[in-house]
Design a protein around this ligand. Structure first.
Ligand code: 13P
Ligand code: ZN
Length: 269
């Protein structure tokens, strides 16, 4: 028995998470248990689901999340592998419900898999998105090799330095990651400080932010779109790297060419 039985819309959403988890592994971005995904699945909660008893908890969320009362999330399990989640999403993740006090969660299904250690960042960002009236329902954290490598240089940690370079590698990058890449200075993984800094960066008007020397955190309407934004950014980083390894500094598109893109495709920046 699974909570996904007879809930085809919910199952389709979880299948998308599993599909993306497989891509993360194939990309080489998900060593061991690296990365995590959470999706706000509240729209799929029915009366029968709401009546289900908790199988574990309540546990503290670590922070009061005023917009998440009664919300439902699918969360990757802490220590679980993306490559395993790709085949068995409900054995490597769980469905949780936020308590009415906005400070606790309970695990409801299918088994008591403890959510990702990055839950503070994920939930804080979901809370922020709901407060803003955003249609975004998915957040994705992963360890893309070339993007993480960039954050080992002060040059690319400067505000929008990496964004500009990445956008200039190939026009699609600006078209499909139109807000660019925010930067969050190094902070302890899973900390509430990292969660707060992630929200500040997203609030500066980014959908994708780098956690210095660690990984990316991306938000979008669903997990496939969040993945696509990271994918186009990392592709641009790979083009930069390919040019450098051919022995030259890539020219990049000009400012005028990038402005022309923004105008032609009505991009926000
Ligand atoms: P979890 O296994 O707890 O999700 O942690 C993976 C990770 O990437 C931490 O930043
Ligand atoms: Zn990580």
């Amino acid at each position: 028995m699974s909570i996904l039985d007879n809930r085809p819309a919910l199952k389709a959403e979880i299948d998308r998470v599993a599909e993306v988890a497989g891509y993360l592994w194939q990309k080489g971005w998900a060593e061991r248990n690296g990365g995590n995904i959470t999706v706000n699945i509240s729209e799929f909660a029915d009366d029968e689901m709401r009546a289900l008893p908790a199988i574990a908890g309540p546990f503290e969320t670590g922070k009061k999340l005023p917009h998440l009362a009664g919300c439902w999330f699918y969360c990757k399990g802490t220590g679980k592998r993306m490559r395993d989640l790709a085949r068995y999403p409900m054995a490597n993740g769980s469905i949780i419900r936020i308590s009415e006090d906005c400070a606790h969660y309970e695990i409801v299904a299918d088994s008591a898999v403890a959510p990702t250690s990055e839950l503070p960042s994920h939930l804080a960002v979901h809370d922020y998105l709901l407060a803003k009236g955003s249609p975004y329902r998915a957040s994705l954290h992963t360890h893309p090799i070339e993007l993480v490598a960039l954050t080992h240089s002060r040059k690319w940690l400067q505000k929008d330095a990496a964004t500009r370079m990445l956008w200039s590698m190939i026009p699609e990058t600006k078209a499909f990651c139109p807000r660019g890449l925010g930067m969050v200075p190094y902070m302890l993984p899973s900390s509430v400080e990292l969660a707060d800094a992630t929200i500040s960066a997203i609030d500066e008007d980014y959908d994708v932010v780098m956690w210095e020397k660690h990984g990316v955190f991306a938000v979008d309407v669903d997990v496939m779109d969040a993945f696509d934004q990271v994918d186009v950014l990392n592709k641009a980083a790979q083009i930069y790297m390919a040019a450098k390894s051919m022995g030259f500094e890539p020219e990049g598109m000009s400012d005028a060419q990038m402005k022309e893109m923004s105008k032609a495709f009505n991009l926000p920046k």
